[in-house]
Ligand binder design. Structure first.
Ligand code: ZN
Length: 414
């Protein structure tokens, strides 16, 4: 099985290189935005979809036109790659629609704003650049049009380099090599981990049927967002494009990236741990769309309790469940395990011990108390066990798992 992996390093640019990179990133952003507005217009005017090739063919004319001749500065492949990225963004959007996502979750391609979106560009063809080591700590990459740029080779690049992306994060530029490699896995590999059910919730990000909680630090994200809104307020008072305004915008973008990293780390770490230790993972088929759609309701039937619900939905989206699914699915596949989804109906109302199902079993968000047998458990944990059991009956695992769960539940203290 082939996998791709990225290796990212900090570049040691000089002033001239900094300037060139900023300019190239600007050109790429310009082409991306131009391409997006062209596609939007074509669709609005005569319901046609422009292809990558049609758009790329126009690049030549743009470079000849006096008002856009500055597009000749960056290597041609960077601009082509921007149009390819745009094409991919459209394809991803349609895939998400097919999967049943709507609205913000489906994510229609957006315009890239200067100072807000990351300055970046990609060399898609590995024959266009080359690297060489100059010392134990430093290497050089030779790029078209600009020559050699130094970078810190903090670790060895593995596999075969497919492309590289240069991007700015704060003050520095970074280079990320995307490499492809063969994943060494013995034939007939069998995952020896156990089966597990996972409940994804609001109060607890994830609870497993073994009583383990994986928590995304929402508090941390909220704090960053508070700081962001303060900066945004201050930014509004500044004169647009002034030095202070630019500084504020940069700090806001920095906070956005920090939020991204907090969530990204959590999702990666959790999915790695779970995929490593469990061969069969059961989760609810949440269709996040159903939950995010109801908040505003329809005009005839406005959603009740709109504010509380949209706050809830925001935190759902904030936790990145959809991304988690994708990560877990491919990591499980690497490890020889698999992920399966069950119907979420009643998982939070059903007693995991006697099976009694009643709305009143769950009177508060946190606690579950069975009206029939008196079982008291953390509500998310109870749901996780139900998810496990339901997945268990849907599989051919034998009875081995159930005893283990009974044991775990007895030992669990809320
Ligand atoms: Zn019960």
């Amino acid at each position: 099985m082939k996998i791709s992996k990225s290796f990212k390093y900090r570049l040691l640019t000089n002033k001239e290189q900094d300037l060139a990179f900023s300019g190239w990133a600007g050109c790429c952003r310009f082409i991306y935005n131009l391409g997006l507005s062209e596609r939007k217009n074509a669709w609005e005017q005569d319901k046609t979809t422009l292809s990558y090739v049609t758009q790329a063919n126009k690049l030549k004319d743009l470079k000849k036109a006096p008002e856009t001749e500055w597009l000749r500065e960056p290597p041609a492949q960077l601009l082509q790659q921007s149009l390819r990225d745009l094409d991919q963004a459209y394809k991803n959007f349609f895939t998400r629609i097919k999967k049943g996502l709507v609205g913000a979750e489906a994510g229609f391609p957006r315009f890239k704003k200067k100072g807000k979106s990351v300055d970046a560009f990609r060399f898609p063809d590995p024959t266009q650049f080359s690297t060489r080591k100059v010392s134990n700590k430093k290497s050089m990459i030779k790029l078209p049009k600009i020559g050699e740029v130094k970078f810190f080779n903090s670790r060895e690049i593995e596999g075969e380099i497919r492309n590289c992306t240069i991007s700015r994060d704060g003050k520095y530029w970074y280079i990320s090599f995307n490499c492809e490699m063969e994943l060494a896995r013995p034939n007939n590999h069998r995952h020896l981990g156990t089966m597990i059910g996972i409940d994804r919730g609001i109060a607890n990000t994830m609870v497993t049927s073994e009583g383990k909680i994986y928590q995304l630090s929402i508090g941390k994200i909220k704090k960053i967002e508070q700081r962001k809104s303060v900066l945004q307020k201050r930014g509004r008072k500044k004169k647009k494009f002034s030095r202070n305004w630019t500084r504020k915008i940069r700090s806001i973008a920095k906070l956005d990236r920090r939020i991204f990293r907090v969530r990204h780390d959590f999702l990666h770490k959790t999915s790695t741990t779970i995929a490593k230790n469990h061969s069969y993972i059961v989760m609810e088929d949440l269709r996040v769309k159903n939950m995010s759609k109801t908040a505003s309701g329809t005009t005839e039937n406005p959603g009740t309790n709109v504010n509380a619900k949209s706050a809830l939905n925001r935190s759902i989206l904030r936790q990145g469940w959809y991304k988690f699914q994708i990560l877990l699915e491919y990591k499980s596949a690497w490890n020889g395990g698999y992920v399966s989804y069950i119907d979420p109906k009643n998982t939070s109302r059903k007693c995991s011990k006697c099976g009694h199902t009643e709305k009143d079993n769950r009177l508060t968000q946190e606690s579950f108390c069975c009206k029939k047998c008196g079982l008291e458990l953390n509500a998310d944990y109870n749901a996780a066990i139900n998810i496990f059991t339901q997945g268990h009956w849907g599989s051919a695992c034998g009875d081995a798992g159930i005893g283990r769960i009974d044991e775990a539940r007895t030992n669990y203290r809320t």
